[in-house]
Design a protein around this ligand. Structure first.
Ligand code: SF4
Length: 385
């Protein structure tokens, strides 16, 4: 048998051009072991070609490996371990552990330095992530309301879908018209909700985060934001992350809806402990705050054809600058907050406000002239001929 096995291995090494140096050492069961363990013999089949030569050399009958395990349980394992141990360097485990610990420490150090160096970009990325997740949640809420599905049942309904439309990734405004399109094509409420949940990871990681290679941000992911109370969204997030990084560790924050607020509170605490002062006016001021809300044709945004129906929330505040020039005028002692705009452009009311902003810029320019620009103009002024 060892000769036959050796020939087969040799054949494979040559035909597959493996270039390996393989040595075959029989370790079980040799004649000596059969005698030592007193293993019984069984008759050899007549059809066995090697029967005569074998019996001529070792006597009548042969011993099976099963006999060793039946009469001496565990002995086969011990023999194999003893033999393998001859080639096993036990010190390697320790060396690997030391090198791994070193590598982990270096990676942690690089990670900390990279976070420090790119703190601003990370903060921007986080803000953009939160904005997209919030927008997406609003979309989900809007669709659920339109289909008369309570928020608490949204995940169950999405899981009922057996197919879903492929919604387009990107801006919420286009997503909205895409949903209407898919409805026209005949997709049902459950299927559209499933499609909306499925598009969220693409919107968050690729559209907002610009992360085509997810691995570059690591292997551990904490899903935060109220959207992740919806298990259909959690499933699509986990599927997406694992499809990119199979070894990734994904957890949902235990208080996903409040995680951002907890983080903000911790940052504020840190800041305060280092001597920072709050500009918060206090809960009493908030309770006594006077405000009014306006939503009308005069609050519609006309910077692009979407024409978002914005709302103006006017709050009475000591020292408020007011907006006398506005189509919805506001007196001194009041400040305006604009909401329901789909993009930052909508934070500027209209052309009147643009004029005010420009006047302000001009005034600043006059007060702080660009000396370098004046010098450049003077230096290159064409001399009168
Ligand atoms: S806020 Fe104004 S500019 Fe932005 S999408 Fe709406 S209408 Fe367009």
């Amino acid at each position: 048998m060892p000769v036959a096995v050796a020939r087969k291995i040799e054949h494979r090494i040559r035909t597959d051009d493996l270039g390996l140096d393989v040595q075959l050492r029989p370790i079980i069961l040799d004649e000596h072991q059969c005698q030592e363990y007193r293993l019984p013999r069984t008759p050899i089949k007549e059809s066995e070609r090697r029967k005569d030569r074998f019996e001529e050399r070792y006597g009548e009958g042969a011993t099976e490996l099963d006999a060793l395990e039946a009469l001496h349980p565990g002995e086969l394992r011990r023999i194999l371990i003893r033999e393998i141990s001859r080639y096993y360097d036990g010190g390697l485990d320790q060396q690997i552990a030391e090198v791994t610990a070193q590598l982990d420490a270096t990676l942690t150090d690089i990670n900390a330095r990279a976070r420090d160096e790119h703190a601003d970009e990370l903060a921007e990325l986080r803000a953009s992530y939160e904005q997209i997740v919030r927008r997406h949640n609003e979309q989900l809420q809007g669709v659920a309301e339109r289909f008369d599905i309570p928020m608490s049942e949204m995940a169950d309904r999405a899981f009922l879908a057996e197919a879903m439309p492929q919604l387009s990734m990107g801006c919420g405004v286009f997503l909205q018209s895409d949903i209407v399109n898919q409805q026209r094509k005949g997709w049902q409420a459950d299927e559209i909700l499933a499609g909306l949940c499925a598009i969220l990871p693409l919107n968050v990681w690729i559209y907002a985060g610009g992360l085509n290679n997810l691995k570059q941000v690591g292997r551990k992911y904490i899903l935060q934001g109220g959207t992740h109370k919806n298990l259909a969204v959690v499933k699509t997030q986990v599927d997406f992350i694992l499809s990119k990084i199979p070894e990734a560790e994904v957890v949902v924050h235990p208080y996903s809806g409040e995680a951002g607020a907890i983080g903000a509170a911790l940052v504020a605490l840190d800041w305060w402990e280092r001597g920072g002062q709050t500009s918060f006016r206090g809960f009493d001021s908030i309770e006594n705050l006077a405000y009014k809300t306006v939503t009308s044709v005069d609050t519609v945004c006309h910077w692009c054809p979407v024409n978002c129906q914005r709302s103006f929330i006017d709050v009475e505040l000591l020292g408020g600058k007011g907006r006398e020039w506005s189509k919805v005028p506001l007196g001194y002692g009041w400040e305006r907050v604009i909401v329901n705009n789909s993009c930052p452009k909508g934070l500027v009311e209209d052309l009147n406000e643009m004029k005010v902003i420009k006047t302000e810029i001009e005034r600043t320019k006059d007060a702080f002239p660009n000396v370098a620009d004046l010098v450049r103009k003077e230096a290159f002024r064409r001399a009168p001929v």
